[in-house]
Every structure is written in structure tokens, then in C-alpha cells.
Design a binder for this molecule. Structure first.
Ligand code: DGT
Ligand code: CA
Ligand code: CA
Ligand code: ZN
Length: 574
């Protein structure tokens, strides 16, 4: 069992206790446990198996430690099951609605018997919620919007979540005898920001126990279908997984077909038709003779259609086939192009590690520089810095730099863009920073015009050189704020501000199509992790995936530059 799964037990307990209106301190201790285990790099299972005392972990007491032992030994937790029994089954889902907390959910249930999305939607539409204390017409509207958003995302998983399940499963399946190849395809391979299900392709010997092993996987909740060439299961988290066994001679065409997207495949099929060819998951065939002309590899499939191999991230029918035909596919950015990371937090605000620890981890990634960008004072829950604390922090960074060679910590700040577009810190202190990321963290509900003006005003401040997570969205959780992104990007270009792709897997902000628009408009972009711990520096890859889906090349992204040129790009825009 992964740490993340153990963390989920405690997160769920906390939620169920909240819905019962339990003591906040008790709830907090479960939330903390979920966070601690979710962030931990050591395997909790291994710790328990080696007899380590979990109470040595700060924040973990007797109660939680016992529960973990039960989870590791039995795969279940009685306490959680008891809590589930006490709460109507539909309530936890209501908490997924943006802006709806346990108090309101409980109120709706106690007073109106609402225990499902449908019932809540009906009540909101009928104007029944506004009769309850603390509710009004506006909040009903917000709930309806939240329900619509939730419905759209229902059953989908963030890419990072899909990838971690896929990696664990593939590592397990690889061990089956006779397995020669395993390849995730579908939206996961295209690195879409969310995935609906996993489509794993395999080549294996006839007598391989691959399908037996697959359906017997620890994390499988239900086997939906089991066959020799295709099996489907649902994992405990709700994620569906298909495994298909292909013939080696058609693995390439199968991989091409199941990678999709559907729109890309349709366009490709019509191109095949134009050439007297038929394209399917089994191969490319001459229509007249039914002779197979390709299928072993994807390269081969594209080649008989007179195309170079198109990277999976581009296969969305967004002009990639035309570009490939003309030999104008971008040379997509790669993780190895990244020279440093320009947004992260340390202990000084709401991060977990020290400057030195972040440096160590960044060096291990082969970086040449990082920028430390704490929150500013307006973000109180994140322990944001005021002018005085920032001045001291910058001195601390100087001290760290004095001990380093061949690596530089840039002095930075993620300064809040206040409601009127002014900045949360004085120009005098911002001037001392090399990386000033302006970000919106409050008043997300402004009208579009107001929000656009707010951000543009901030970008006009000559001290601001990056725009952080430009739309504020959280994937599957929070819609972007209303903003005229074109106007904002125009202002960024005019004011020599670099536009961030925030690589944090919950954000991926800018998203692919917007980052592509920014590039086409002539903006400079950066990819930053917004890491809150040294481990999170690893999420850079998600930003790179997004950048690839946005058709970006290394030259479009400033943190592919060596330090001196990066500093020049920040100063002069070239
Ligand atoms: P998802 O799972 O919703 O995140 O998205 P995908 O793209 O993984 O879609 P999925 O799992 O339904 O199917 C996997 C791939 O199989 C899809 O990307 C393209 C291919 N495919 C599925 N159905 C069709 C179809 O009706 N026509 C064509 N041309 N391809 C299809
Ligand atoms: Ca899929
Ligand atoms: Ca599928
Ligand atoms: Zn931020």
C-alpha cells in the first residue's frame, strides 16, 4: 500500500467527522496525519513492517499509530467503517462542490434531508436553500455552478493521480512471466490534465499469467471483465483500468489507435483513405488488396501516411497533422532542458524545508539556480512575509549563496496582487528582489473586467517580472477566475513580464491551450513548481507535459536558459 492510500484513510475520517460536527481538534489531528503521510518519502508500510515506532514521527500519537498498524495488517480500518456508517452515503460527495463546507452540508441535510447532488440541485433550483440561515439567492447560484463543475469532472482523475496508479500497476504487471512490453496509452500517454480511465497495452507470451495477475491486483475492487486479450477492472479509488494484449505485429497500430485522441485518429483515418489505405488498431492495410503495409511500430504507421512520428502530447487534431506534413512540428521542450526552478516556498512562509534543503534537492536535479519566492503578508494563512521579514530573508539567501559555487539562489518573492491591483509590499523592498512573481490569492469572484484591470495594473509595476498561476484554477476543484487572458498576456508582453506555467499538478496554470496562445502572441513563459517541500521540486515534469501540449520549445521557456542569460531575459525580455 502506498503512503498516499494510507493518507486517504485519514483524510476520509476527517471529512466524516466534520460532517458529524465533531470536535475541530480531533478533526485536525486526522487532517494532519493525512498530510504527514501524504508528504512522507519513506514507505509507511516498510516502517511498520520493520517494527519502527510511528509515534516518533512528530504529530503522530498512539491512536493514529495503532490505526496504521491495523491498515497495514488488514488493509482495512474498523474506525473508518464505523464513521462511514454514521454518515449518509451521499454527503461526502457534496463536500466536493466548490465553496461548500461541512457546516452547510450538515445544515442542508438536517433541515431539508438533502443527501445527494440531485436533491441539492433540485432544492437550489426551487429556491429552498435561501430560506436557511446564512444562505441567499447568490449562494444558491454559486452552488448550482459548483454542481455543474463537479459533474463535468466526475469520474475523472488528475494526471498526477492517474500516472501514479499507472506506474505502480505497470511495475507490478512487469513481474508476470512472459511479459515483453507494457505501455500505457490513452489520455495518460497524451499527458492530458485529467484522465478518465487507464488504457494499458501489452505484448506477452501465450501462457503468460498477465491477466490473472492483473485481476488479482491488490488494489482491484471489482473485476468488470476478464478475457485473454482484454480485461477491465475498477480500482478502489474508482479508477477504471483496461489491459489489452496485442500481437507484436500490430503493437504500433494498437498503440497509435488507443493513444488517440479520437479526433486525431479520425483525421488520420481520412488521410489514410485518401491514400487508398485503411487504418485500424490492427494495422494499415491497402484497401484494394487488404495487404498489411504497417503495424509493428508507430513510426511505421505514420510513415506510410507520409508523416513523421507525431508526439502523443500533440495528438488532439489541433493542427498537428498539417504541421507534420509541412515538416513544421515543434521540437518540444523536454524535462532535461530545464536549468532551474523559479517559484518555491520554504519554512519561512508555508513550505516545509529550509533554503539549504531546497538547494540540495535542486542540485540533485542538476539545476543551476532556484528562486525562493515566499508568500507576502496578505496571505496570512500561509504566514506571508512583511517588508521587514522579507529583508531578513533576503539576507539569509545572501548567506546561503556565499557558501555555494556553481549554483545560485535568486532572491525572490511571490507578492500578492491586492484587490485594486496594487502590490502587497513596497517598491523599495521589491527592488531588492531578482524574481518578483505577482499572484492573485484573494477575491476570486470579481467580474471579468475588474479582474483583468486588477492584474494588468500589477503587471505595470516595473518591479514585477513574473505572473504566477495566471488563472487561479485548481483542476477538478476550482474554476479559473473570470479574466480576459488575451488582454493580460498582451500586458505581460508590453511590460516585459514572463508568464508562468505553474507545474503544481493541481494547478497546471496556464493550461495547454492558453499557454499555446501566449506563445503565439509572443509571450515569454516560465515553468515553475511552486514547491512547498524539497520533494515537490519533482513536479516540474507536469509543467513540462503541459508545455509540450502547448507546442512549446525550449526557447519559449526562460528557465531553460543558463543563469546569466536568464537574468538578462528577466531584465530586458531578450
Ligand atoms: P479518457 O479516458 O476519457 O481520459 O480519454 P482517452 O483519450 O484515453 O479515451 P478512451 O479511454 O475512451 O479511449 C482510448 C483511445 O482509444 C482514444 O483516445 C482513441 C481510441 N478510441 C476510442 N474510441 C474511439 C473511436 O470511436 N474512434 C476512434 N478513432 N478512436 C477511438
Ligand atoms: Ca483512457
Ligand atoms: Ca479506455
Ligand atoms: Zn501562489
Amino acid at each position: 500500500m502506498e503512503n498516499k492510500q494510507i493518507a486517504n484513510f485519514f483524510a476520509e475520517i476527517a471529512e466524516l467527522l466534520e460532517l458529524q460536527g465533531e470536535n475541530p481538534f480531533r478533526i485536525r489531528s486526522y487532517q494532519n496525519a493525512a498530510r504527514i503521510f501524504g508528504d512522507m518519502s519513506e514507505s509507511v508500510v516498510a516502517m511498520v513492517r520493520s517494527g519502527q515506532d510511528l509515534r516518533e514521527i512528530p504529530g503522530i500519537g498512539e491512536g493514529i499509530s495503532k490505526k496504521i498498524i491495523e491498515i497495514v495488517e488488514t488493509g482495512k480500518l474498523k474506525f473508518l467503517e464505523e464513521q462511514r456508517a454514521k454518515v449518509p452515503a451521499g454527503l461526502p460527495e457534496l463536500l466536493r462542490i466548490e465553496g461548500l463546507g461541512p457546516k452547510k452540508v450538515k445544515l442542508f441535510y438536517d433541515r431539508l434531508g438533502i443527501d445527494s447532488l440531485d436533491k441539492l440541485e433540485d432544492a437550489a433550483k426551487a429556491g429552498k436553500l435561501r430560506e436557511l440561515e446564512g444562505m441567499g439567492e447568490k449562494s444558491e447560484e454559486k452552488i448550482l455552478k459548483g454542481i455543474a463543475t463537479l459533474r463535468r469532472g466526475l469520474g475523472r482523475f488528475k494526471l498526477s493521480v492517474g500516472l501514479s496508479y499507472a506506474e505502480a500497476l505497470v511495475a507490478y504487471l512487469k513481474k508476470a512471466k512472459g511479459v515483453k512490453r507494457l505501455e500505457p496509452s490513452g489520455s495518460l500517454r497524451r499527458r492530458c490534465e485529467t484522465v478518465g480511465d487507464l488504457d494499458i497495452l501489452a505484448i506477452c507470451a501465450n501462457d503468460s499469467p498477465l491477466m490473472d495477475n492483473f485481476t488479482a491486483y491488490d488494489d482491484v475492487e471489482e473485476v468488470i471483465a476478464k478475457g485473454e486479450t482484454k480485461s477491465s477492472v475498477r480500482l478502489r479509488c474508482g479508477l477504471h483500468v483496461d489491459v489489452r494484449v496485442l500481437e507484436p505485429g500490430s503493437f504500433g497500430s494498437g498503440l497509435q489507435y488507443f493513444t488517440g485522441s479520437k479526433a486525431h485518429n479520425i483525421a488520420l483515418r481520412s488521410r489514410a483513405n485518401d491514400r487508398g489505405l485503411k487504418l485500424s488498431e490492427y494495422g494499415v492495410f491497402e484497401i484494394q488488396t487488404d495487404k498489411k503495409v504497417a503495424g509493428k511500430s508507430e513510426e511505421e504507421v505514420y510513415k506510410v501516411l507520409d508523416l513523421p512520428l507525431i508526439p502523443p502530447e500533440l495528438r488532439e487534431d489541433r493542427g498537428e497533422i498539417e504541421a507534420a506534413e509541412k515538416g513544421e512540428l515543434p521540437k518540444l521542450i523536454e524535462l532535461s532542458d530545464i536549468h532551474g526552478d523559479l517559484q518555491m516556498h520554504t519554512k519561512e512562509s508555508d513550505g516545509k524545508d529550509t533554503i539549504e534543503e531546497m538547494v540540495e534537492a535542486a542540485k540533485n536535479l542538476g539545476y543551476e539556480y532556484i528562486a525562493i519566492t515566499e508568500h507576502s503578508k496578505a496571505v496570512r494563512i500561509a504566514n506571508g512575509l512583511d517588508e521587514k521579514r522579507l529583508a531578513e530573508h533576503l539576507k539569509r539567501i545572501d548567506k546561503v549563496n556565499a557558501k555555494l559555487s556553481g549554483f545560485r539562489v535568486l532572491k525572490g518573492i511571490e507578492v500578492d496582487i491586492l484587490a485594486d491591483g496594487s502590490l502587497d509590499l513596497s517598491d523599495d523592498i521589491l527592488k531588492e528582489c531578482e524574481v518578483v512573481v505577482g499572484s492573485v490569492h484573494s477575491r476570486f469572484n470579481m467580474e471579468e473586467k475588474e479582474m483583468t484591470q486588477r492584474i494588468i495594473r500589477a503587471l505595470k509595476n516595473p518591479n514585477v517580472n513574473f505572473l504566477g498561476h495566471p488563472t487561479g484554477r485548481l483542476i477538478l476543484e476550482r474554476e479559473p477566475y473570470k479574466v480576459d487572458l488575451k488582454e493580460v498576456i498582451k500586458a505581460a508582453i508590453d511590460n516585459n513580464v514572463i508568464v508562468e506555467i505553474n507545474a503544481y499538478p493541481d494547478r497546471l496554470d496556464l493550461r495547454d491551450v492558453d499557454a499555446r496562445m501566449a506563445k503565439e502572441m509572443g509571450a515569454k513563459l516560465s515553468i515553475s513548481t511552486d514547491a512547498h517541500s524539497k520533494l515537490q521540486l519533482d513536479v516540474m515534469k507536469y509543467g513540462v507535459f503541459t508545455a509540450r501540449r502547448a507546442w512549446l520549445e525550449a526557447k519559449d521557456v526562460v528557465n531553460t536558459l543558463p543563469l546569466a542569460r536568464l537574468l538578462k531575459a528577466i531584465r530586458t525580455g531578450t
